[in-house]
Design a protein around this ligand. Sequence first.
Ligand SMILES: C[S@@+](CC[C@H](N)C(=O)[O-])C[C@H]1O[C@@H](n2cnc3c(N)ncnc32)[C@H](O)[C@@H]1O
Length: 470
Amino acid sequence: MGRKRREEIIFENIEVLDAGARGVSVAKAPDGKVIFIPNVVPGDVVDVQTFKKRKAYYEGKATKFHEYSEHRITPVCQHFGSCGGCKWQNMTYERQLFYKNREVYNNLKRIGKIELPDFEPILGSEKQFFYRNKMEFSFSNSRWMTEEEIQSDKEIENSNALGFHIPRMWDKILDITHCSLQEDPSNAIRNEVRDFANANGLAFFNPREHSGLLRTLMLRTASTGEIMVLIQFYDDDKEKRELLLNHLQAKFPEITSLQYVVNQKANDTIYDQDVTLYKGRDYILEEMEGLHFSINAKSFYQTNSAQAYELYKITRDFAGLTGNELVYDLYTGTGTIAQFVAKKAGKVIGVEAVPEAIEDAKENAKRNNITNCEFFVGDMKVVFNDAFIAAHGKPDVIITDPPRDGMHKDVVAQLINIAPKRIVYVSCNSATQARDLALLDEHYKVTRVRPVDMFPQTHHVENVVLLEKR
Ligand SMILES: C[S@@+](CC[C@H](N)C(=O)[O-])C[C@H]1O[C@@H](n2cnc3c(N)ncnc32)[C@H](O)[C@@H]1O
C-alpha cells in the first residue's frame, strides 16, 4: 500500500471480486473495507487509486492492470469509460446475464425472504447493441474534456457538445460521435444536427447562465421504419429554429414526425410543455404481433421493442389465460400488455396514472379493433378501491407492472383483499418487487420466476414472477 496525497491511497494487486450496484465493480481493501471501482471486471487484478474515502468504503479507479479477467472483452464503443451509459460493455454478454440473474435471485432471497421455485433461465436480448428505440441527447456549450485534451496545451476552438451528461456532472456533456444503442439513422441525424448548428452559429445551451438556442434532441425509431425527431429549444427564435428544422427535413426525408418544444423552464423535461408538430404526424407507429401502437412525444413505450415482445409473451404465458378470464392490467401505460393479452381473455381492464397514456391506450385499442379492453385513469392507490372492483368485477388474473418504486402498500393490501387466482408481477426493480412479494407471501406462493434482459451492456434487469393463491 502506498500513499500519494493525503486522502489518495494506492492499493496494489487488488482482485476485483464482484459486480456491484449501479454497474460499478467491488473489491476489498487490505483494511477490510469495500472499494468501488468503475470500468473493471470481476477477476481483474489491479492497482487502485482511491479518490473518495468514507467510513465504510472507498471509491477508486484502476491505475494499473496486473491480470485481466477471463470475462473481460474489448468495449466496442469509443466513448466507453467517459460515458456513463453502457458500463458493462467490457464484460462478455454471458457474464452480464450471470450477474443480472444473480441480482434478482439475491434480492428475492435476501429482501423477500420467501420460498422460491427454480428460476427459469434468464432471457437474453437477441440484439446486444442497437436495441433502443428512444434516445435523448443534450446540447451544451461546455463540452467534457478528456484528461489528454486538458494536459495537451492545444487551444480548444469549439467547446460545444451534443451528447450525454457525464455522471454526477450536471453541466458537462460528453460529445457523442457514435453511439451503438439506436439503429441508424440515429447517429447520422445527431451528428448532422451538431454540424449544421456549429456551421450556422446556432448557440448551444449554456447550462450555468440558462441561455442559448438548442437544448435537447430526442430521437424515436420504430420497427415499422418510422422516425420521430423532437428538438427542444430554449430561445424562441423562429428564424433560426426553422433554418435547422427545414435543413433536417430536406436532409432526412425518412423522418415521419418532426416536432419541437420551446422550453424556458429551469429543467428540460418536456412532460409539462406544449409540443408543436412541424412536419409529418405527431406520432409514430410501432407494430407487435399484428397490433399497432401509436407513440407520441410524451408516451412511455418499452425501450427495447424486440425484447418487449418477449417480455409480453412470458407475461401472457404466466397469466395462463383460457379465453374467459377477467384480467386487470395495473400500471398499463399505453395499454400495451392489456391489448397483447386481450385475445386470450374475456375482458381486460387497464389502469394508469397518466391521462395522455390512457388516451393513447383507447386510441390504440380502437385502431386494433379490440373491443374487450377498457381503460381508466388515476393514481393506483386511490382508484383501485372497493367501488372500482364492484363496478368492473372481481378479476381472475391481475397483471401488474409498476414503476421502479414498486407498488404502494395499499395496492398490495387491495390485491390480498381481492384475492385473484393468479398475479403476474412484472418488475424493473427486483428489490422493490421482493419487498412486495414478502407482503403477499402469506396469501400467495411464487410458482414461476423468469428474469428478462431488456438493457444489454447495463446492470438493469427486468423480472417476471407468477404468484398463485395458497
Ligand atoms: C413500468 S411502466 C409499465 C407500462 C406498461 N405496462 C408497458 O409495458 O408499457 C409503469 C407505468 O406505471 C405508471 N404509474 C406510475 N405511478 C403510478 C401510480 N401511482 N398509479 C398509476 N400508474 C402509475 C407510469 O405512468 C407507467 O406508465
